[in-house]
Design a protein around this ligand. Sequence first.
Ligand SMILES: [Fe+2]
Length: 151
Amino acid sequence: MANDDPLITGHPLLDEEHRPLKQALERLDSGCATPLRSCTDCPLHHRHQCQSDLDEILTMLFGLVIDHFRKEELLMRKLPDNSSTDAHRENHQVAHADIAERLRRLVQAAHPDTIRTSTKALHDLVSEWLGRHIVDCDLPFHTLLAEHHLH
Ligand SMILES: [Fe+2]
């Protein structure tokens, strides 16, 4: 089957779980309805709407982090131990912990006066997750799974 999308790993479980990330990115991409200089210049009802949109996306992403990372890390443990699988497991888990920590910090920093900044930071995080994480971690993981017949 042709695969034109570099972010499609070909592994049904991984691809299924990356889909909500693409949806989150589309929502974050939809941008600010009233692009003023600062959120503090924006009417309060808009700020509250932005805050609730951001909270919803953050909650969804947290659910995904817990579920998706846990599933990947369980699958990783099925790989036999050798220098390349050990190195992969270590790097991939560190990358997951980094994403989780950055999400946690974004939740802590979320404030109605700085929603646009938080939205931009979250957009960057999801873009990196969908780009670099998939290319550097999930695709090599997919290859290792295939090599060990763990599909
Ligand atoms: Fe991953």
